[in-house]
Write a protein that binds this ligand. Structure first.
Ligand code: NIG
Ligand code: FE
Length: 396
């Protein structure tokens, strides 16, 4: 069953060979989809016939967003923490404990319903691939069920038992901390690995709740030995070892990168084929932090991605159009560069080449912007003009 998608003012292919500029923008382009795959992309005037037609009526077709960093499995509410931060309170990761208590108290069905609702919100703003981390269970049982539930929604699941040292372990002082690291790298990892593709760690010596370079290395190496790919939360609250460690170990991505030294940028540029710098401007927005200079990273040759980091503490939005608007307004990217970072760049951060582009052989994960060009993604911030395209029941 083939579908011809026509009537697009633009198709942003992500392939410079198929259209103009780095994002390969094809004016009056068309796409043919067969089953779950793109089988043809080109000018509408040359489009082949198909079994059915979707007419976009002058809208823009883009690759669905790849949100390579989210924490969707949580219960509870921390809106007061956001309000306090807007009044000047700093973020140090201490609020994570509040989400851990609420998540532990929720039933499987409650957590499943919360994740389903958040995924639905994502699709309604154009996201078609999502990575989901655990990290609000922090016991063997609660981390395992967080990942089991996340796996019902995506293959891109990440074990983040090393999010923070949980309150009960912190109360026991240094020995509690050591015992927790033993647990994370031993029985918890064993229980979680069957449901996880990746391991992640909050490597942040600037937070009393998170992990040092040495702890983080231990966590990542244990994950790697268990067959998981590596990701790192690094350089979020201040300068630190996260980026260096991610590059040294060949992690797929180091996320946040809010505070980068010259040598961090040099290291990331040297590792551009391996380690992606994933920028999360929604976090800078929601924590009143400085925005990193994405243009400088691009010019240095760093491979960059944009993701939401949707979580109850530092950024409770999953809107990739909002993330793109921030990257353009605050981080020096063009709209095309930001869109590439939110699709192909974030696909690379997940080591995926089957999503993030509108190209023959890729998955037909597409999104529509109700506007005549992709520039409207940032030009019309906060407007609900972007959604994932449902090929079975398109709303053109
Ligand atoms: O990516 N920094 C660590 N983890 C999350 C926030 C977690 C929270 O505050 O609930 C982040 O920003
Ligand atoms: Fe995060």
């Amino acid at each position: 069953m083939s579908v011809l998608i026509t009537g697009a003012a633009e198709v942003v292919t992500g392939d410079p060979a198929l259209g103009a500029g780095p994002a390969g923008v094809l004016e009056r382009g068309a796409v043919v989809v067969e089953g779950e795959q793109v089988v043809w992309v080109g000018p509408q005037s040359q489009a082949p016939a198909a079994d059915s037609v979707i007419d976009l009526g002058g809208a823009t077709l883009i690759p669905g967003f790849v949100d390579s960093h989210s924490h969707l499995v949580f219960a509870g509410d921390r809106s007061h923490e956001f309000t306090a931060r807007m009044a000047g309170e700093p973020y140090d990761g201490g609020g994570i404990g509040v989400s851990v208590s609420a998540t532990r108290a929720a039933s499987d069905d409650e957590l499943r319903a919360l994740v389903a609702r958040r995924i639905d919100e994502m699709r309604r703003s154009g996201t078609t691939t999502v990575e989901i981390k655990s990290g609000y269970g922090l016991s063997v049982e609660d981390e395992e069920r967080s990942l089991r539930i996340a796996r019902e929604f995506t293959e891109e699941t990440t074990f983040l038992g090393a999010h923070v040292v949980p309150p009960e372990a912190r109360e026991a002082g240094e020995s509690g901390r050591d015992a927790y690291l033993e647990l994370v790298t031993g029985p918890m990892l064993q229980a979680c690995a069957p449901y996880a593709k990746w391991i992640d760690v909050f490597c942040e010596p600037n937070s009393p709740h998170a992990f040092t370079e040495e702890d983080s290395r231990r966590v990542l190496e244990a994950g790697r030995a268990a067959g998981l790919g590596m990701r790192v939360h690094g350089n979020q609250l201040g300068h630190g070892p996260g980026v260096r460690l991610a590059v040294e170990l060949g992690a797929a991505s180091v996320d946040h990168c809010t505070y980068l030294s010259d040598s961090d940028i040099e290291a990331l540029a040297g590792a551009a084929g391996t380690t992606v710098a994933t920028l999360l401007p929604g976090v800078e927005f929601s924590t009143r932090s400085p925005y990193p200079d994405a243009r400088r990273l691009l010019e240095a040759g760093v491979s960059i991605a944009l993701a939401s980091d949707c979580n109850p503490g530092t950024c409770y939005t999953s809107s990739m159009p909002f993330v793109i608007a921030l990257a353009v307004r605050e981080m020096g990217l063009t709209v095309a560069e930001a869109l590439l970072a939110a699709t192909q760049g974030s696909a690379r951060a997940l080591r995926r080449s089957d999503v993030g582009r509108v190209a023959v052989g890729c998955r037909a994960d597409l999104a529509v912007v109700d506007a005549r060009s992709h520039e409207h993604l940032a030009y019309r911030p906060g407007m609900a003009i972007t959604r994932a395209l449902d090929l079975a029941s398109p709303v053109a």
